[in-house]
Design a protein around this ligand. Sequence first.
Ligand SMILES: Nc1ncnc2c1ncn2[C@@H]1O[C@H](COP(=O)(O)OP(=O)(O)OP(=O)(O)O)[C@@H](O)[C@H]1O
Length: 376
Amino acid sequence: MLVINNKTVGALFRLIQLLIIAYVAVYVCWIQRAYQDTDSVISSVSTKVKGNILTNSSIEGVHVWDVPEYVIPPQGENSFFVLTNMILTPGQTQSKCPEIPSEVTKCESVSDCREGHNEVHGNGVQTGHCVKYSDTIKTCEVQAWCPLENDTIIPKPALLGAAEDFTVLIKNSIQYPKFNFRKRNILHHINSTYLKNCTFDRKTNPHCPIFRLGNMLTEAGEDFSVMALKGGIMGIFIDWNCDLDFPERFCIPKYSFSRLDNKNPENNVAPGYNFRFAKYYKNNENIETRTLIKAFGIRFDVIVFGMAGKFNIVPTIVNLGATLAFLSLVTAVCNWVMLTCMKDRDYYAKHKFIHLNQKGDSVPLSSMETTSYGTP
Ligand SMILES: Nc1ncnc2c1ncn2[C@@H]1O[C@H](COP(=O)(O)OP(=O)(O)OP(=O)(O)O)[C@@H](O)[C@H]1O
């Protein structure tokens, strides 16, 4: 063993050791918790929205909207849709009527229309006639659900803009099967009286699983009245990252909210979220009739994620081994510095390596492989 009395190499040796120990302690053990075995979350979600709105529109008159009407479908998988705006086309029956004017539907004479032609962006199948749409415009006639929907004007402000006051109860049960750990977001201290009256608030009620829709959008930096016009998609994130070396009560969900669909103002083509559905009934003459609804609304996707960790001897030993391997590198680095960068490198090299000329000439000191450094 070669002991050299050099303060620089000694300091370097201790410094690298210190850095490696700090890296292992802070990053590997504290931040990465590499001494733990991990498991990812398995979760189930159910939601229930509550709230009513009174509207008074020219088409429907006074109308109270309750949950079965504005939550579509009534229950979904990890997501729910709340209707916020709509274009209503009531009294549609199977008949013939002029198409809505556009570049491809306007006509001058019968020759501009083709019987049986089905325009992708049209509303029905052409009959081959060119008929009056208004006093000045003629369009091809179609066999369709008439009268046709005209969705050029979207109600502003949104018809159900008051939906921001609705609340949603999110029931979320999770498990980490590897650790036989189960929990739900309705925590032990929440009783039914509290649940009936609470609303989530990050400061005052951070564990309440009932969320006001308007508050979620505000937290995500969105304006409900704007998003309600054309709809959109919101993410409700539930973070279940848990350190199961601590007691179970410390494993609690953390909620956050963010808009998921694109609202890039520079490329605002096809914004929002909408779809169509219809309510069917028989009219006084027993003819099948429907009210077509182009629905704009906000879809809330509940996204649950998380990892749990618990002490396990196997990853601990693996990481301990890696740390020791790392520490053994320090000697190699210092050897290299000593033999290439130091003023006395030739002197050190002379003592570290002895070159044999003839078999049995001398005892090779270099058979000692390790070099150790005296503390500066
Ligand atoms: N969106 C919501 N906003 C506020 N409270 C809610 C909401 N959804 C459910 N609750 C309340 O949370 C509690 C638990 O709801 P749960 O659906 O399990 O029971 P429920 O008796 O079937 O509810 P309800 O009949 O009132 O819809 C009930 O007191 C319910 O009124």
